[in-house]
Design a protein around this ligand. Structure first.
Ligand code: GDP
Length: 522
């Protein structure tokens, strides 16, 4: 029997994994895909990373610096659920990419290294999740190594993140003796993840036998204390972002990963409502709506294609359907939407709210774009952050200025950099959030367009989007400040300031002008 829209939607779980670099995000992703049957052998995610890296020159950056630059999506099924993992770059120089990706998820898994606790990137990413009320499941990784005391880690989460914790499992043993997880609520124990189901037990006492004799007493006492002293899991509080269920494990050694997948299925929410300009869109609404949160080029060196990653917000996408692109009002045929699995992509004949599909295109789609079945509606909230670094691009061969202009326009449409065209006609200024993005730009301009470039300081260091309630006020400002005004990719005006001081000075002098550091795509 055909599945109803409501059933299909309710099975979807779309999430990201947030972590400080090295906490084990890649390893965990790999294991989720492995247990989800999406890959045969663990190691494929890494292997894929390596293949991707050799694909094009600019990826050298990633290899050299040992960081993951590319955001992508991976789909797998486990039990009754369809899971979409949205990968996010770990390095903070690509933070804008990560933040945009987080607008497309319904939940997040926070991976914490059991020896290190909350690290700076974890904190930052957590704050973004909190801003968006994204519920968080915590996975304390690397329990097979020397680690902090579990109570201490829980305390740290509560204090640093102001988030209630509810341990669902408790580790059996520590470092060398770590041998599984005791599920407090279900009163079951699971050794490694080769065991699909946990074994029913009768309290911590009956689990202690798995440990060396000298650790048994302590395990029983500690676990009983955890049962007594820790908060019970409250799903509502979790969904509202006040509480996190906590799991202990080792992604590398296959412990606790099944607990985590089950939690994603049982606790994490199905596709959420999304706010648009005209109404709130519910995932189970009949008509298809979607928004683009990421553009990726060069996924396949044989096809110089651009893939727009679109999160479906409602209804069902069917291959061949026509969609309306809100920004232009034009129709777009969805002839080849794709799903991504660990090592291959596949045509998506049908995709439901919650799913993420890749839409190949040649520059029609941009970040923040809304697609509908005809309704005039625009999703809110995909952010554009004002750049921290502004540079002029210097071309060695002045004859290639036109080519550079085109290339920069394309890079900006992909979200690699932001591009600002000064009103006075001087050469364009590129803006980035992190310095590594400039390296990516430089490498790609060389590899893909044969354009050797360098960067020069511009006289500006701060950039703000400007608007005013009265058009006349804005016009006046644009005229008076013409030399400090530029237009972004959408033609929206920005004010470029030399430094924070002059920004404050001008904003006090022109109180009618609103200057903002974050623009939402529209
Ligand atoms: P990422 O930077 O967060 O993606 O981290 P990786 O998954 O690449 O892991 C970083 C390092 O930690 C690698 O050397 C992994 O093999 C190792 N690692 C990951 N999970 C575990 C674990 O559970 N136990 C141990 N001992 N090492 C782990």
């Amino acid at each position: 029997m055909a599945e109803s829209l409501a059933e299909a939607v309710s099975r979807r779980r779309t999430f990201a994994i947030i972590a400080h670099p090295d906490a084990g995000k890649t390893t965990l992703t790999e294991k989720l895909l492995l247990f989800g049957g999406a890959i045969q052998l663990a190691g494929e995610v890494k292997a894929k990373k390596d293949r991707m890296q050799t694909r094009s020159d600019w990826m050298k950056i990633e290899r050299e610096r040992g960081i993951s630059v590319v955001t992508s999506v991976m789909t797998f099924e486990y039990n009754d659920n369809v899971f979409n993992i949205l990968d996010t770059p770990g390095h903070e120089d690509f933070a804008d990419d990560t933040y945009r990706t987080l607008t497309a998820v319904d939940a997040a898994v926070m991976v914490i290294d059991a020896a290190k606790g909350i690290e700076p990137r974890t904190l930052k990413l957590f704050e973004v999740c909190r801003m968006r009320d994204i519920p968080i499941i915590t996975f304390i990784n690397k329990m097979d190594r020397e680690s902090r005391d579990p109570f201490e880690i829980l305390d740290e989460v509560e204090e640093k993140l102001a988030l209630d914790t509810a341990p669902i499992t408790w580790p059996v043993g520590r470092s060398k003796t770590f041998c599984g997880s005791y599920n407090i609520a279900a009163n079951t124990v699971r050794g490694s993840d080769t065991e699909i189901e946990g074994t029913p037990v009768n309290g911590p006492q009956s689990v202690a036998g798995r440990l060396p004799e000298n650790e048994r007493q302590a395990f029983v006492e500690e676990t009983e204390l955890a049962i007594e002293a820790c908060r019970p899991f409250d799903r509502q509080a979790f969904l509202e972002g006040h509480m996190t269920p906590v799991f202990f494990g080792s992604a590398l050694r296959n412990y606790g990963v099944r607990d985590l997948i089950n939690a994603l299925g049982d606790f994490a929410p199905p596709p959420r409502d999304q706010v648009a300009d005209t109404r709130t869109v519910h995932a189970t609404d009949d008509k298809m709506t979607a928004f683009v949160f990421k553009i990726q080029a060069n996924m396949d060196p044989n096809h110089r294609d651009r893939i727009a990653f679109a999160r479906i917000c409602s209804g069902k996408l069917e291959r061949g359907m026509k969609a309306r692109l809100a920004r232009t009002g034009k129709q777009l045929g969805l002839t080849a939407p794709q799903f991504f699995f660990a090592s291959q992509r596949q045509l998506a004949d049908t995709a439901y709210a919650g799913d993420v599909v890749g839409i190949p295109n040649h520059g029609t789609l941009r970040i923040g774009d809304t697609l509908t079945e005809g309704e005039s509606l625009v999703f809110q909230g995909v952010p554009n952050f004002s750049p921290e670094i502004l540079r002029r691009v210097r071309l060695e061969d002045a004859m290639k200025a036109k080519k550079l202009k085109e290339a920069l326009q394309q890079m900006a449409e992909e979200g690699v950099v932001q591009l600002f065209s000064p009103e006075d006609g001087s050469p364009a200024i590129v803006g980035v959030v992190g310095a590594l993005q400039l390296d990516v730009l430089k490498e790609r301009l060389m590899a893909e367009y044969g354009l050797p470039v360098s960067f020069e300081m511009s006289r500006f260091s701060v950039c703000r989007w400007i608007s005013a309630d009265q058009p006349a006020d804005l016009d006046k400002f644009l005229t008076v400040k013409r030399g400090d005004i530029a237009r972004d990719l959408d033609g929206d005006p920005v004010f470029l300031a030399q430094d924070g001081f002059s920004l404050r000075y001008e904003s006090e002098r022109y109180p009618a002008i609103k200057m903002v550091a974050i623009k939402e795509y529209h």
